[in-house]
Ligand binder design. Structure first.
Ligand SMILES: Cc1cc2nc3c(=O)[nH]c(=O)nc-3n(C[C@H](O)[C@H](O)[C@H](O)COP(=O)(O)OP(=O)(O)OC[C@H]3O[C@@H](n4cnc5c(N)ncnc54)[C@H](O)[C@@H]3O)c2cc1C
Length: 303
């Protein structure tokens, strides 16, 4: 119930405007967001690299409404890649195609993405293409495949809660396209997605094993200790070396677990968002864990 309500609120523009411009909420979001500027983002990534943790840079934003806004998103990411190169960092970037104009035109979106992927290739980085709600999946995977064929340096995202994901994983494995596996963060119909946590976890485990066995440098993106234990069991049993995959988590979530895995010799990449358009991202994080709502309320009362 609460999850559905928070996901509903994540799409409400009236609330978004109020919350994003309110002076009190900034303090609360700093737990999940590196800051509002690229300089703050780069400083956070530099700190993580000093701890042997890599990052994927996310310039917050989604669903732009004009070609100019889509180009501005592209340019913000190009500046991000320039900084990553200038500082010799190992960070990748993560983008949402709706931020690059997918709602306006597939062609325009592809041109914006291609400019970024070409730059990523030139500096030895990678563009990770986030997966949004189900209406975008086919268009997103089409662009991922094209960019992979042309440049190679992209990663797709698969959401374990969708019934179709098994077939998508097989296709991506066959093509040698790296995959980030996550459970899925959007509100989807029970006609196309598992609703119960036990079913989503079982699907995640199946897809994770398949990717660890047959995928190209997969990323296991979860904070769920049980899923991580299952991954570790699988790699131990099948002698899969630590350099063949990475764990991914969100900045600010389960910092203890992140550090423990790094100490044990595993690769860890954190998804580090920055920027002012943080509202939908933040609301999805609240929806994932009701205790975060208590954290939010406590901090708002203190402000
Ligand atoms: C690197 C990364 C990239 C992602 N990219 C995408 C994407 O492209 N598309 C997409 O749909 N989803 C994406 N997600 C989100 C993902 O789909 C899940 O919604 C999210 O990761 C929560 O699922 P979980 O696997 O951590 O397990 P859950 O079963 O949700 O949680 C397990 C445990 O993890 C901890 N936890 C989980 N979430 C939180 C939180 N918000 N705050 C505090 N503790 C928490 C809690 O201890 C919880 O009990 C991404 C997640 C990660 C880590």
């Amino acid at each position: 119930m609460l999850r559905s309500f928070l996901l509903y609120l994540s799409n409400q523009s009236w609330l978004r405007h109020w919350v994003e411009t309110s002076s009190i909420t900034g303090k609360v979001t700093s737990r999940f967001v590196a800051g509002s500027t690229l300089e703050q983002e780069i400083a956070v990534i530099r700190g993580l690299e000093a701890e042997n943790i890599q990052a994927t840079l996310d310039c917050l934003g989604e669903n732009v409404s004009s070609p100019k806004e889509a180009e501005a998103s592209r340019d913000a990411y190009l500046r991000g890649l320039d900084q990553i190169a200038a500082q010799g960092m190992h960070s990748t970037v993560s983008i949402k195609l709706t931020q690059f104009g997918l709602d306006l035109s597939e062609e325009l979106c592809k041109q914006n993405v291609e400019a970024l992927v070409a730059r990523a290739k030139a500096i030895g980085s990678r563009v990770e293409i986030d997966m949004e709600s189900s209406e975008y999946i086919d268009r997103t995977l089409t662009i991922v495949r094209e960019m992979h064929d042309k440049y190679g340096c992209v990663r797709a995202v698969i959401q374990a809660y969708l019934f179709r994901s098994e077939a998508d994983v097989e296709d991506l494995c066959r093509r040698g396209i790296p995959v980030r596996l996550c459970k899925g963060a959007y509100k989807e119909s029970s006609k196309i997605a598992f609703a119960a946590k036990t079913e989503v976890d079982a699907a995640f485990n199946r897809l994770m094993n398949r990717l660890l066995d047959a995928g190209t440098y997969p990323a296991i993106a979860s904070h769920d200790e049980r899923m991580i234990e299952l991954a570790l069991e699988h790699v131990r049993k099948n002698n899969i070396r630590a350099e063949r995959f990475e764990f991914q988590m969100l900045y600010g979530i389960r910092r203890d677990l992140q550090r423990r895995l790094v100490k044990d010799g595993f690769r860890m990449r954190l998804y580090v968002p920055y920027g002012n358009a943080w509202y939908p991202y933040f609301m999805r994080r609240l929806a994932e864990r009701p205790a975060n709502v208590v954290f939010l309320a406590r901090n708002l009362l203190r402000s």
